[in-house]
Design a protein around this ligand. Structure first.
Ligand code: TMP
Length: 236
């Protein structure tokens, strides 16, 4: 298979079919725009399992995604999308850059889920942008932005339920979307790398903040999420 793209945590390969790709999960973790890097043995396997389970759940609940199926421990078959270069972050509780930017207290439940957009551009450090900036940059039109928000909020509702079932609070998370013909479709991954997940009782993190902030054992925490989801793991 031909490698067509390599990111910080994933590789994308072209299959024989033009419209189908393979998404391969690596073990590398990065933070702060690649300034901090480390490998965690089998992180890619765990994230592939968790993200596959989430995308299967979302598909069952009528969310259109790029996910076709998991084909190996580190690989998924996905539909080729025309990626929209924005990171869509939804926050249910205050944490991370929201706390730093606005000076509010960490861990507060927000009145409403907050939708934020970041322009995917490493050279600019993924700056936060609004609807008007997105239109100015010709990334998407007003209608598409509204659709992205609506799908994102629907996904948020479903994911809050999904994690609440295993006594985890979905504090915030990041999504990426793309076009499949004229349709806006959820892409990328949803895993502990791209979410803030706190234990409901203890508020301990089960996500990449463990690596960002040097707290705890990242693999053990990711495995705990798998265990609570009752996902079988071989050789991890
Ligand atoms: P933030 O508080 O650092 O802005 O992050 C918000 C959420 O988005 C958090 O769950 C982590 C996720 N995220 C990514 O997946 N990739 C990124 O590059 C960044 C900055 C955040």
């Amino acid at each position: 298979m031909k490698l067509i793209l390599e990111g910080k945590a994933k590789k994308i390969f072209q299959t024989k079919k033009k419209e189908v790709l393979v998404q391969y999960f690596k073990d590398s973790a990065t933070a702060f725009n690649n300034k901090k890097k480390r490998n965690f043995k089998n992180k890619g396997v765990i994230n592939n399992l968790i993200s596959s389970d989430i995308f299967t759940y979302l598909t069952k609940n009528n969310i259109k995604t790029h996910f076709i199926k998991r084909i190996s421990s580190r690989e998924q078959l996905i539909r080729k999308l025309k990626i929209i270069p924005i990171e869509v972050v939804i926050r249910n509780f205050s944490a991370g850059s929201l706390v730093n930017r606005l000076g509010i207290k960490r861990g507060k439940k927000l009145k409403e889920p907050l939708v934020e957009f970041y322009f995917k551009c490493d050279a600019l450090n993924d700056p936060i942008i609004n609807d008007d900036h997105i239109m100015l940059l010709n990334i998407a039109n007003k209608k598409d932005i509204a659709k992205i928000k609506a799908i994102g909020l629907k996904v948020n509702k479903l994911l809050l339920k999904y994690f609440n079932n295993i006594n985890i609070v979905l504090v915030d998370y990041k999504m990426e979307f793309g076009f499949l013909k004229k349709n806006i479709v959820l892409g990328d991954e949803i895993s502990p790398d791209s979410c803030r997940l706190w234990d409901k009782k203890t508020k301990i993190s089960f996500d990449k903040d463990i690596f960002r902030e040097n707290k705890g054992n990242l693999l053990k925490s990711y495995l705990e999420v798998l265990k609570r989801l009752k996902i079988e793991v071989e050789n991890v």
